[in-house]
Design a protein around this ligand. Structure first.
Ligand code: HSE
Length: 448
């Protein structure tokens, strides 16, 4: 592989999947060919593109690029040194990546869902074949967060990685807060803007953020885990009143992915991972991250806190990360490198399952929105259930008053309490006759 291209004047790239991101990649390779060559010392040549849709006009200059539906031909093409997989999904994408690896091709992908599920198999095949699998675009869109963890922060024990990892939900939350519009209306707008995953539940139910957090936890702590092990809550249950009250209490609501490493004095580690809507102090840096932007805070024991901010989704920002991967691999090919070292930042034998820190051990304040019939005595039933679990109450607000029999939102802020007490209290509250819909809880993170 390395010898084959060493005497060529360019490195050849094949792109499978000519959708939003693929179009961005073709544009960046074309528009920024000058700076790419000035940095590499040789050009990156987009040799072929494969996609089933040959009709849509992507408004990209395809001169000298073969464009057809023949992905197998692309993978086998000796002019192609690096295959970019941008079709997304699981089965077909996985087969194409493994076929490319078997053909001795390096692979660049943005497919966090696939890596979070089948990463182990894919990285093992790549290591065996001596090729790279790069995936900067899988997390944080255009932000070079994976490269920062793998290279810039490589000297640190990482203490925590947390942030806004999904552009679609951040856009939806920002717009719901700004306009007071319903969730579905704003989600449709995000999809029209091209931020959303093919399956919108991946975004709004927090699954996409969990896929990304699984990759971040691997790179930060050497913790092998799948997204299914990450307690995950999405944003569907939030309504405009939550944003209104959050503002009154001095917070904004963000969907956070949180990964922390708890080390005891003996050096034993437990990994805390979770994805859920979170109230963050209105003056914090994460609170200022709006629309489809992402931001990730990483704390390392030597470096202290660091913050990474940028476009987390969208055609050109994501393409920026894909092309950066192409350039890194192309340099490696030219250098005659001997294949991947540690794509997930730790050597494979140090990437292992680690004990998880259970949610029940979390402590913090919480925002609770009950939906209850507006009649005398209801509040005391609710506060009674909280009191039984030893949960102290900091504020209570009732929004609106219904005519007899109507349900109204009743909002409480708790004092710091344990997650297990909260869960037990909510279970009893939601069984009360006066309570007519499941209670919505938003955890509060103060230390941001
Ligand atoms: N659907 C993802 C997001 C795309 O909204 O962040 C980038 O991973």
């Amino acid at each position: 592989m390395v010898e084959k291209v060493a005497d060529r004047s360019s490195v050849g790239v094949g792109l499978i999947g000519f959708g939003t991101i693929g179009t961005g990649v073709a544009k960046v390779l074309r528009q920024n060919a000058d700076v790419i060559e000035q940095r590499l010392g040789f050009p990156l040549r987009l040799v072929r593109i494969a996609d089933l849709d040959l009709e849509t006009d992507r408004r990209v200059d395809l001169t000298d690029i073969r464009f057809d539906a023949d992905s197998a031909g692309l993978i086998a093409d000796p002019e192609v040194d690096i295959v970019i997989e941008l079709i997304g999904g699981y089965d077909v994408a996985k087969r194409m990546i493994l076929d490319s690896i078997d053909a001795g091709k390096h692979v660049v992908t943005a497919n966090k869902a696939l890596l979070a599920l089948h990463g182990r198999e894919i990285f093992a095949s790549a290591a065996k074949a001596g090729v790279d699998v790069a995936f900067e675009a899988a997390v944080g869109g255009g932000i070079p967060i994976l490269r920062s963890l793998r290279e810039g922060l490589a000297a640190n024990h990482i203490e925590s990685v947390l942030g806004i990892l999904n552009g679609t939900t951040n856009y939806v939350l920002t717009e719901m807060e700004r306009t007071g519009e319903a969730f579905e209306v704003v989600l449709k707008r995000a999809q029209d803007l091209g931020y959303a995953e093919a399956d919108p539940s991946f975004d709004v139910d927090g699954i996409d953020a969990a896929h990304k957090l699984a990759l971040l936890a691997a790179m930060a702590f050497g913790a092998e885990l799948t997204h299914e092990q990450i307690p995950t809550e999405g944003i569907r249950a939030l309504t405009p009143v939550d944003f209104e009250l959050a503002a009154e209490f001095g917070y904004r609501i963000k969907l956070l992915g949180i990964a922390k490493c708890h080390r005891d004095v003996a050096g034993n580690e437990r990994i805390e991972v979770r994805v859920h809507p979170t109230m963050v102090p209105a003056g914090s840096m994460l609170a200022g991250v709006d629309a489809a932007m992402n931001a990730v805070e990483v704390i390392g024991d030597a470096v202290g806190p660091t913050l990474y901010y940028g476009a987390g989704a969208g055609e050109l920002p994501t393409a920026s990360a894909v092309v950066a991967d192409l350039m890194e691999i192309a340099r490696e090919i030219r250098r005659g490198g001997s294949g991947p070292v540690a794509p997930l930042s730790y050597m494979p034998d140090h990437l292992v399952p680690k004990p998880l820190f259970p949610m029940s051990e979390l402590r913090g304040r919480a925002y609770l929105r009950f939906t209850a019939v507006d009649r005398p005595g209801v509040l005391s039933h609710i506060t009674g259930a909280l009191g039984e679990q030893g949960i102290g109450i900091e504020s209570v607000v009732q929004k609106g008053s219904g005519t007899a029999g109507d349900s109204v939102p009743v909002i409480l802020l708790t004092h710091p309490t344990s997650e297990s007490a909260l869960q037990a209290a909510l279970e009893s509250v939601d069984r009360l006759d006066d309570v007519t819909a499941p209670t919505v809880m938003v955890r509060i993170e103060e230390e941001l």
